[in-house]
Ligand binder design. Sequence first.
Ligand code: GLC
Length: 434
Amino acid sequence: MNTMTSSTNSKTHRGEVYQRATEILELNDRGHYTVPTHGLYPFQWNWDSCLVAIGQQQLDESRAWTELNTLFDHQWDDGMVPHIIFHEHDDGYFPGPNVWGTGRRVPTTGITQPAVAGFAAALLYERATDKSLASNQARALLTRIDRWHEWFYRCRDPQNTGLVAVIHPWETGRDNSVDWDKALAAVPTADLQPYQRRDLEHADASHRPTMAQYDGYISLVQHFRSLAWNNEVLHDASPFQMVDPGFNAILIRSCSDIATLATQLGEMDIASRNRERAAAGLLAMESLWSDSHQQYVCFDRVAGQLVDSSSVAGLLATFADIPEQRMQKLALRIETLAASANYLVPSHDLADERYDGTRYWRGPVWLIINYMIANGLKRGGYDAIVESIEKDSLKLIDESGFAEYYDPMTGEPCGGSTFTWTAAMVMEFIKKPG
Ligand code: GLC
């Protein structure tokens, strides 16, 4: 037996990795919220917090509920939950509060992020050992999460298609994916006010989005700001309206998970509303299936067509209760990717010439994505692939530390380091060693 492998897999080694992960969570803990990493991301991010709360629960249940509560304390009156909450002043980040100009007492951005909160709250409740704390916390959160879901379908699916659109690439959390290239290039930039990026002071430029992409991102922000962040008009007024299968799968999963939670807590109206949202979403997901890519793809609502790009968004659909025959096809896609990449799951297909192994969401592996895909496949009984995904994830940690993301061929650590959600996912993969 290879001694390296056996020592890497030993219980002691796993215990050390787990311990290191908990230290990162503590390092980035700001008391009532957690920053993704210091320097590059000094505030609270929406889906980061929800995924981090899952890991935090293993250490301190009450702290995990606080993470979600802090996020929802900044929910807008219309129901939206913002993508960043600027709890403290920090000059090192662009675009900061002045660029967004949302006018909130504690400043926030004006866009949202993937709706992981419902999934996270239901999971915290299910695993809670302090059931009375969990019931109180879950009941209070349930209403707020339901309002967020209501906002999504009202403001981002005005035609009642069953699927919501994002109006800015950053809402998907997959900021510079190949999926947006064409649509982002069509965003008018003639009125763009001058701006200064700050991300390149913290990370390698070859790992980050290009200047042209940044022009598109900031033009959208300036346009929405000129419309006073009024969500009644933003969707239709946006030159960027994208239906993302991963984003919708997460929302659908959250709807069905809070439907279950609401039933357990006797909140029958919330349960039935969310069950209906999930059912309509699942039916509509079929419209995003691409026979040529053998996976789900994005739909560009402005151009009125499917996007020719096989990104990991389509594979994230495993997170929702998609039909068995679709789940099988996605499992096959992941097996194919495993044959071309050294580490699962690349965020873009390596066979596509637009793939880039170190640039952010155009190829690299992200552990949160691995976690959600593995979670969905596990429910479908695809244990062998789940095992490969978990094994590759932990191998990346062993070889490259707790990075923001990794090159799927070399395993090179990219972006920020001592990254909170990476650490939280490692804790989930390992589970508290006994
Ligand atoms: C980047 C990621 C986004 C994440 C944020 C904080 O912007 O693309 O998904 O929420 O960093 O970690």
